[in-house]
Ligand binder design. Sequence first.
Ligand code: C2E
Ligand code: CA
Ligand code: CA
Length: 494
Amino acid sequence: MAGIAEDITERRRAESELEYQASHDALTGLPNRTVFQQHLEQSTVSARASTASFALMMIDLDRFKEINDTFGHRYGDAVLQEMNPRLRNALRESDILARLGGDEFAALLPGAGESDAVSAAERILESLREPIVFEGQTLDIGASIGIAVYPNHGENPVKLMQRADVAMYAAKRVHGGYALSSPDHAEYTPHRLTLISELRQGIENDQLLLHYQPKFDLKTMQVSGAEALIRWLHPRQGLVPPCQFIPLAEQTGLIRPIGVWTLGTALKQCRAWHEAGLNLNIAVNLAPENLLHQNLIGTIDAMLKSSSTLPTWLTVEITETAMMATPDQVRGILIALHEIGVRISIDDFGTGYSSLAYLKMLPIDEVKIDRCFVKDMVASDKDACIVRSVIDLGRNLGLRVVAEGVEDRASLDLLASWGCDLAQGYYFSRPLPPTEFLDWLNHSTGEHPHFPRINRCDLRGEGLERGDRSGSKRHSRMIEVGRIENACFDEQSR
Ligand code: C2E
Ligand code: CA
Ligand code: CA
């Protein structure tokens, strides 16, 4: 009898253990999404019966992916574990807190109205203000909170979740910490919401990739570096160009993890080139939001160390418009970056409204003349004059000048004769995936297998139509890449 009783107790214990595991998240010990959904449904039913209200909060951590990518998963786990006590303390005993997945948490506040929910959101944000210290490393974390209240913002669980989600993105967009669901959020159509959530998943599931486009030095006649250009390999849509998701990422805060991922990936690639004897500089595009990232310098510094790369191998490209948006803030950041040895490049030069005085005040190494002037400079005297003036200006200020979007031989010759330092464009190569980029370099080396050299003879010769030389497989891939580029520009011109 005693044996049987023990068996039963043991089985019950095992069963409840299994039940607990199925309903709770192992890392934080918090209820999971399934349990949270059940609570939400129950709350809706009982609130409907009693005409009470309740609030739903979506809590999404800021800078979590950066911490994971910069310091590793152990640090990310430590941050998530710390969320349980911190968020719990900011809530009432009767409130339900859950981890929905990744760095997403949710809370259900029975009986709460809008003002109660706002106070709770403020307490949560306050509880995250103190940085987390893990193994001697100080980790800054924040959150964006979206609030939807029953019945004002929705009368069923699906609607409430959707409204709270949208409010959370709105909060991310304005860096406001929290936002109450509002009719102003109508721009978040179901299509956009789907795209946002797919992009989130895409970032987590490694669907982003970088293509590399050579930057060609017209003085040494060598490829001196490459620009990393992002693409999203969408499970159904295939390769998506940056113009179709970078603006969305900028509006939803997703640009921050994207920026960190791009920097990390590009630096690792650069390290691999150097190991293979290719002395190339890597240029990474940073959005304004990346630049204003709380600890950009620390993050870049940590990445340079972890990828064993030197600061001088890295160029950050920042658009003129981004620089002008908050010139005072940006100035300090650029000075700090420049001081550690990273090169600074102004992208799309000529399309913004920068005062020339900024060129003097900011620690800039390079200007990239926008494609729109380079494109027509052979045919248009005005464009030619602009390009020439920027080259002269750059030279007089001691800056390197890059012409973007060089597509033909005639433009290249003009640029070289005017003393332009570097050229980039389809004439040399479209942006290519890493292995094809290496192939391209090898085809352009001639007699030096480890050091790319496109000699003058090559430039004078039949042009650099790489696709012609490299067999049909690569040629077709290049066409595929070409299609994306065009998709992007069609989009931009629209
Ligand atoms: P951008 O920085 O001005 O990049 C140059 C764009 O011009 C690239 O488009 C490139 O493929 C295209 N291009 C290069 N040579 C030629 C040419 O000869 N003719 C023509 N017509 N186009 C040429 P892509 O890759 O579609 O990127 C578009 C923009 O998306 C970039 O413009 C940049 O602003 C943004 N972007 C790309 N990657 C990233 C990234 O990792 N982070 C951020 N924040 N933005 C990125
Ligand atoms: Ca660029
Ligand atoms: Ca550009």
